[in-house]
Design a protein around this ligand. Structure first.
Ligand code: ACO
Length: 328
């Protein structure tokens, strides 16, 4: 197998469902206010998928745009990875459903469960396969229908989440590409953010439904400080690995959990806030889809120049976190 030197992004796409749920809509559902949500999180609205739109539909829409942008036909794709914590079903993987819809018959397909860091994990895994010559290209997707596991009676969590999907096509490139990545995991803090019901530990039953175990449980306050520390550390370590520093970065493209987390990360990295790409005000926290949609938006709207440096930086349930440095 021929080893590949540089693997980069050759196409991007994103998709969010039409329905907008504003903070004012949430005021009618739980004891909250637009003022509280805006000042504590930075979120103004989020998108909510329709009943006939499972995660795969969001993923397929984003994937089609990424393939078009890359000018690659689905039949040419050799690997599909979907990062999601809201798969259509426990099995088969959502990636298999995406493959069938796209008619990407040649592709090897699987899902990655790494919560909000899922897209960074997927990018790192796909890059290895291309770099070592196993596959010629990959379609990676971060897609979530978090509204399906959100407790709409819990004001601590329901104000945070939204639905959407982002995708990109990775392939060998002549210049630039993914120049470093860094991943880390700490499984000792699983109970800070999880969904207890529906797995093999607590299979779905009337009891699990009555006890609202099929919804996200989160200790947000404790996560906040860890998120700041881990996202700062991941960005620093990924940059150091490729001999760069924060001053070299054009945009940090972070997971969008809370604008206050991102300002704290910016401060710790000594980076101006303008270099931190934000879309949380429009979409809330879309878990794995947040970084994927944000990357697609940056590529589509920011007129990137050759040599620009992007840092994907994410943190989520697991706990899992990581960063990828991409030279444009
Ligand atoms: N509206 C009004 N008041 C509220 C709301 C609400 N929606 N939610 C909570 N409050 C109240 C609380 O009850 C509390 O009241 P009390 O002081 O009377 O008890 C007060 O506001 C403060 O609550 P905190 O939880 O301390 O609020 P905080 O400032 O920490 O903000 C938040 C909460 C937004 C969740 C924040 O902690 C956060 O963003 N945490 C990080 C989340 C994260 O990074 N998750 C990981 C990635 S997500 C993933 O993997 C899916």
């Amino acid at each position: 197998m021929k080893k590949i030197n540089k693997v980069g992004i050759i196409g991007v796409g994103d998709y969010v469902p039409d329905k907008v749920l504003t903070n004012f809509d949430l005021e009618k559902m739980v004891d909250t206010s637009d003022e509280w949500i805006t000042t504590r999180t930075g979120i103004k609205q989020r998108r909510i998928a329709a009943n006939n739109q499972p995660t795969s539909v969001l993923a397929i829409n984003a994937a089609k745009k990424a393939l078009k942008d890359a000018n690659v036909g689905p039949e040419q794709i050799e690997l599909i990875i979907v990062a999601t914590i809201t798969p259509d079903m426990h099995f088969p993987s959502t990636a298999c459903i995406v493959q069938s819809a796209l008619k990407a018959n040649k592709a090897v397909c699987f899902d990655i469960s790494a919560a909000c860091a899922g897209f960074v994990y997927a990018m790192t895994v796909a890059e290895q396969f291309i770099r070592n010559g196993t596959y010629k290209n990959a379609l990676i997707i971060g897609a979530e229908k978090l509204s399906s596991i959100t407790d709409w009676k819990d004001r601590n969590t329901c104000i945070l989440f939204g639905d959407g999907a982002g995708a990109c096509v990775l392939a060998p490139v002549k210049t630039g590409g993914i120049i470093s990545s860094y991943l880390e995991t700490n499984g000792n803090l699983v109970d800070l953010l999880y969904m207890p019901g529906g797995g093999s530990r607590f299979p779905a039953s009337i009891k699990t439904v009555n006890e609202r175990m099929h919804f996200i449980k989160m200790r947000g306050n404790e996560l906040f400080k860890i998120a700041v520390r881990c996202m700062t550390d991941a960005a620093n370590k990924a940059l150091k690995k490729c001999g760069l520093g924060c001053a070299d970065v054009t945009y940090i493209i972070p997971h969008q959990a809370n604008v206050r987390i991102l300002w704290a990360v910016a401060k710790k990295l000594s980076m101006p806030q303008e270099k931190i790409f934000l879309n949380i005000q429009k979409f809330g926290n879309m878990s794995s889809a947040s970084t994927a949609v944000a990357l697609s938006e940056v590529v589509r709207t920011k007129k990137l120049k050759k040599g620009d440096i992007l840092v994907l930086d994410a943190f989520g349930a697991g706990l899992v976190w990581g960063a990828c440095v991409i030279e444009w």
